[in-house]
Write a protein of this length. Structure first.
Length: 322
């Protein structure tokens, strides 16, 4: 179990992490999300022991995690950290890199393990290629295999699929997280990608300006976001007064509504004017103006500029948010 107790950290005088506390159970997958610069990477570095905290403490089971003031070489064997700049030996092959820290005493065992890791990151075809000849995304996949090689107990992933194309990303993500679940490896993933969050994180921590502003089961967080900031990390979101949909409940409540939860209903008295329809593949994201406010909704067809539409909220969304 990871225990983070009241941790605060500053690189200089500006506080970056403020009173951060949370726990993670063995085998759980946690996503850390938040606006750029909110402190996600810093939090992972603190957990890995790359930085000395100003206040608070961190424990992995009964072992305290200490920074460079106490440990000259950061990172214990039970923990691995993957970041964009993770190191690879450029002039060695992919297989040599992945097997670098594996024991040479049992060559067959080592070969089998390297093969398993090559499969997980879908790099078998490149086993004998020198790392220097790989693309950025391929290097990232090798770095991922390398941190998995010795089965860490705790894996810290900083934007792990950052420069991997969409085509590979989905299968790699599925391979990786099912491998981690099978092997009960705990993971913390700092990410901007809503698919990383929604499909693979058991729980999600939301950071805003160095503070945890939400910590909940991922589905709960998405379906019942506590603030506009939280909802907006999953994509476009509308903030609309409940009273326009339910005049009978004439209170001041503001509803957070995702675009797919708004419906076009010509009978509705809530009229908006289309500004633009953005093609998204399976649908259009329609940008419209209601009461001088931009609202986003989804629609199967392209709607022309200046068309007047009636909008309504889906019954599921109203049930969830009221
Ligand atoms: N080595 C450093 N020295 C001083 N300030 C730093 C250092 N590294 C990061 N910062 C600052 O700390 C803050 C948090 O940075 P961090 O990289 O943790 O954010 P992040 O949430 O991971 O951002 P992003 O999503 O853009 O990667 C930022 O304001 C950043 O400028």
């Amino acid at each position: 179990m990871l225990n983070v107790n009241n941790v605060s950290f500053a690189y200089d005088t500006t506080p970056i992490l403020k009173n951060i506390s949370f726990t993670i159970k063995k085998g759980q997958h946690i996503a850390v999300i938040g606006a750029s610069g909110c402190g996600k990477s810093t939090l992972l570095k603190v957990i890995y022991g790359l930085l000395d905290v100003d206040e608070g403490s961190l424990f992995w089971n009964d072992t305290q995690i200490l920074g460079p003031a106490y440990n000259l070489i950061p990172g214990e064997a039970y923990m691995k950290h993957l970041s964009q700049g993770s190191e690879l030996q450029s002039f060695e092959t992919v297989a040599e890199n992945i097997g670098q820290y594996l024991s040479n005493f049992e060559p067959d065992l080592k070969r089998g393990r390297v093969q398993e890791l090559l499969d997980i990151v879908e790099m078998t075809a490149f086993a004998q290629t020198k790392v220097t000849n790989l693309s950025g995304g391929q290097k990232q996949r090798v770095a991922l295999a390398k941190v998995l090689a010795k089965k860490p107990e705790l894996l810290l992933l900083d934007e792990p699929f950052g420069n991997i194309d969409n085509f590979r990303r989905s299968s790699l993500r599925r391979n990786l997280f099912s491998y981690l679940k099978r092997n009960k490896i705990t993971s913390i993933t700092a990410t901007h990608d809503k698919t990383d969050i929604l499909s693979f994180a058991d729980e999600t921590l939301v950071i805003q300006e160095g503070m945890i502003v939400a910590n909940a089961k991922t589905q709960e967080l998405y379906l019942q976001p506590k603030s506009y900031y939280v909802a907006s990390l999953f994509g476009e979101v509308n903030q609309l007064p409940l009273s326009i949909f339910r005049p009978d409940l004439s209170n001041e409540t503001q509803l957070l509504v995702y675009p797919h939860e708004l419906l076009i209903d010509e009978a509705s008295a809530i009229k908006a004017v289309v500004k633009k329809s953005h093609f998204q593949g399976s649908h259009y994201l329609v940008e419209a103006v209601w009461n001088e406010q931009i609202v986003f909704l989804e629609n199967k067809e392209n709607l022309s500029k200046n068309k007047e539409i009636g909008i309504q909220i889906s019954p599921e969304a109203i049930a969830l948010r009221t």
